[in-house]
Design a protein around this ligand. Structure first.
Ligand code: CU
Length: 433
């Protein structure tokens, strides 16, 4: 089961772009404050202060609200030249020691890295994270002015989002991949490249994808299968592929410089191994990981075997956060896919967190029975209504459609799921019929 997909709604896109301009004009004063390490300042329109030094950025985390007209005030306190900006996006001019400049936070929600673009400086630690929370620029209601919405506007925007669910968007990720056979070897060819990805209706963002899918195609094999994964790099930067959770030989562990050469732009690399262990695993980039994985270079790698056979009904649920916003299988509400069950039917949900943040997944009304962690069956299962999935973790749960209804299913870090403009991001539903 995967997300609904289809052509984008052209009317909505046009409306969204018109209203996005309106939103820009209407952008109201929003709260902006220093995050961890920065100390909190009062909610105000005061600029957030960022220090560039040799070789660091302070503070390491910033937060803002969508629609902010607040600026980031950047001061170079070092002895070297530095700048600050979004990788590949807007940045300040190159600042000499003692110079100041201002930078506008992005207009969309999500987490972006701000870096110094002087060669080598970001790699040496000149990175800070800006999280832009809430607001209307997500969730396919790109339209409403964020910050200071009236109560009536909030109601209208909220209901518009709910009514649109499940919304169709272009592009579908996590599609099961049929390997080509080379004798006994199952061959999966993966091409990494930059793409435009429609996260929610009209919300098209720059991503990185394997075979034009976010998440990448689902690899599903049996214990003991011989597999070959061919990675073609069509990105503008080097990459590599790591098989997260699979106990593969060191030579195919996918860490450039440690176990293999960099897979440079235009180059390919081939991984071949015998599938060593069962369970819910992942494949993802292991180069510039804090950028490439949140941007979409990730996928599910599921291994069936006698000790952990496939369940009758299943759903992979890959959690991610970053430049694509807060997503479930590459989409944000209302473009997330509902899970549909008949009364009494059971489904196995395989959570996989490829993001940078923790996501406690809360299901209303139905019990989640947690029975596997990182591909290992637990000695004793346990029941929960909220299941915390940390970055890198895979947690498998069984859910029974014990009660008929339309049950909300969302991350309970509420800023990942709901804003003044309504629900967005990590929200979907289990429908029991
Ligand atoms: Cu979350």
């Amino acid at each position: 089961m995967t997300n609904e997909s289809g052509p984008s709604n052209k009317g909505l896109v046009a409306l969204a772009s018109i209203l996005a301009v309106a939103a820009l004009l209407l952008a109201t004063v929003a709260v902006l404050r220093g995050g961890a390490g920065g100390g909190e300042s009062k909610a105000s329109a005061e600029p957030i202060k960022v220090e560039l030094g040799d070789i660091f950025i302070k503070p390491k985390a910033l937060s803002a609200t969508v629609g902010s007209d607040v600026t980031i005030e950047v001061t170079n306190t070092g002895k070297l030249d530095h700048d600050l900006g979004v990788k590949g996006g807007p940045k300040t001019e190159l600042l000499k020691p003692g110079q100041k400049a201002t930078l506008k936070p992005p207009k969309v929600s999500g987490t972006v890295s701000l870096i110094c673009s002087v060669p080598g400086h970001a790699e040496a630690g000149m990175v800070t994270e800006l999280t832009v929370a809430g607001g209307a620029a997500v969730a396919g209601h790109a339209a409403m002015p964020a910050g200071g919405m009236t109560a009536a506007q909030m109601d209208e925007s909220y209901l518009k989002g709910v009514k649109a669910y499940p919304a169709k968007t272009a592009g579908e990720g996590n599609v099961p991949m049929t390997p080509k056979m080379d004798g006994q070897v199952k061959v999966f060819e993966m091409t990494a490249e930059e793409i435009d990805w429609e996260v929610a209706p009209g919300d098209v963002r720059k991503g990185m994808a394997y075979n034009k899918q976010i998440p990448g195609p689902m690899i599903r094999v049996n214990l003991g299968d011989k597999v070959r994964i061919v990675l073609n790099n069509k990105l503008k930067e080097s990459t590599a592929m790591h098989f997260h959770g699979l106990q593969v030989p060191n030579a195919v562990d996918g860490v450039p410089g440690l176990t293999q050469p960099l897979v440079e732009p235009g180059k390919s690399f081939t991984y071949e191994f015998t599938v060593p262990n069962t369970g819910s695993h992942m494949y993802h980039s292991h180069m510039n990981g804090a950028t490439q994985i949140p941007a979409g270079l990730l996928g599910a790698f599921i291994v069936d075997g006698p000790a952990d056979p496939a369940s009758a009904k299943e759903q992979v649920m890959i959690l991610n956060d970053g430049p694509l916003g807060y997503t479930l299988n590459g989409k944000g509400f209302p473009a997330t896919a509902p899970i549909v069950l008949k009364k009494g039917e059971k489904i196995r949900i395989r959570y996989m967190n490829e993001g940078l943040q923790i996501h406690p997944m809360h299901l209303h009304g139905l019990i989640q029975t947690v029975f596997s962690k990182d591909g290992n069956l637990l000695p004793q299962s346990y029941k929960a209504d909220t299941v915390l999935v940390a970055p890198g973790e895979r947690i498998d749960v069984m859910v029974e459609g014990s009660e008929v209804g339309l049950w909300a299913f969302h991350c309970h870090v509420l800023s990942h799921a709901e804003s003044e403009a309504g629900m967005f991001g990590m929200v979907t539903a289990v429908i029991v019929q």
